[in-house]
Ligand binder design. Structure first.
Ligand code: SAM
Length: 227
């Protein structure tokens, strides 16, 4: 299977659909091998623009969603990033690529939290296999609490849907001027993707588009009653 050609074709279609516009995000999407974050039987679908099952009842997001979220975050070299919802580790790898584009000595780092132990373990393996393990730290836990140990963060990315009330720890742990990208709404998939920027006197909130994400489960998220 020629994955490089398939990756190029997918990126070209995301550019044509105006989803991908930032040259660094384009470069990162061309570089990170999505197939290496999937189980062997799912690899042939790696470059279909669709979510794919990764086990534990969870999915890797569709590539257009990865692209859109990276563009919203406007990731810059040396950014310290917190991701909630490691899943396969693919989006964390994209972020790691973006903080070190043209800058192998990047001071940036990606901290990513996953509540499912088995997914976190697999994501670590995927990140090692693809060479991102030094730029990404995988943490097992409830990401709705954030990760105060390394706060504040320049960018926070949440890849599961929060209730309308955004988890307070995430807003607190965001750097002044920083950006939080988060889907929020109901557990049954009526959700919007938000860009939230922390300013001196307010949080500037912009709704971007309707989305469908698996729920964010945790103290400041949804309960796991019906899991
Ligand atoms: N970013 C992932 C990737 O690139 O594969 C896809 C993430 S998947 C759509 C959402 C993930 O969020 C799931 O793996 C789920 O277990 C995780 N999740 C849900 N609630 C969480 C929480 N409170 N803390 C950490 N992870 C959580």
């Amino acid at each position: 299977m020629n994955y490089i050609e398939k990756r190029k074709t997918l990126v070209k279609s995301l550019i044509e659909r105006n989803i991908l516009t930032n040259k660094n995000v384009i470069r990162a999407m061309l570089k990170v091998p999505r197939e290496d974050f999937l189980s062997e039987d799912a690899q042939s679908s790696a470059y279909i623009d669709s979510p794919i099952s990764i086990g534990s009842d969870q999915t890797i997001s569709a590539p257009h969603m990865n692209a859109m979220m990276c563009e919203i975050l406007n990731i810059e070299k040396d950014d310290k990033i917190l991701e909630i919802g490691t899943g396969s580790g693919y989006h964390a790898a994209l972020c790691a690529e973006l903080i070190s584009i043209e800058n192998k000595e990047s001071k940036g780092h990606v901290y990513t939290i996953e509540r499912h132990k088995e997914l976190a373990k697999k994501a670590k393996e995927n990140l090692k296999k693809t060479g991102y393990e030094n730029r990404v730290t995988v943490i097992i836990g409830d990401g709705t609490l954030g990760y105060p140990e390394k706060a504040p963060y320049d960018k926070i990315l949440v890849t599961a849907a929060s209730p309308e009330k955004i988890p307070t720890p995430l807003k607190t742990q965001l750097q002044m001027g920083g950006i939080l990208c988060i889907p929020a709404g109901t557990k049954n998939y009526i959700q919007k993707l938000y860009k939230i920027q922390k300013l001196e006197c307010e949080f500037r909130v912009k709704a971007i588009t309707s989305v469908r994400f698996v729920p964010l489960i945790g103290k400041y998220g949804f309960s796991n009653d019906d899991e």
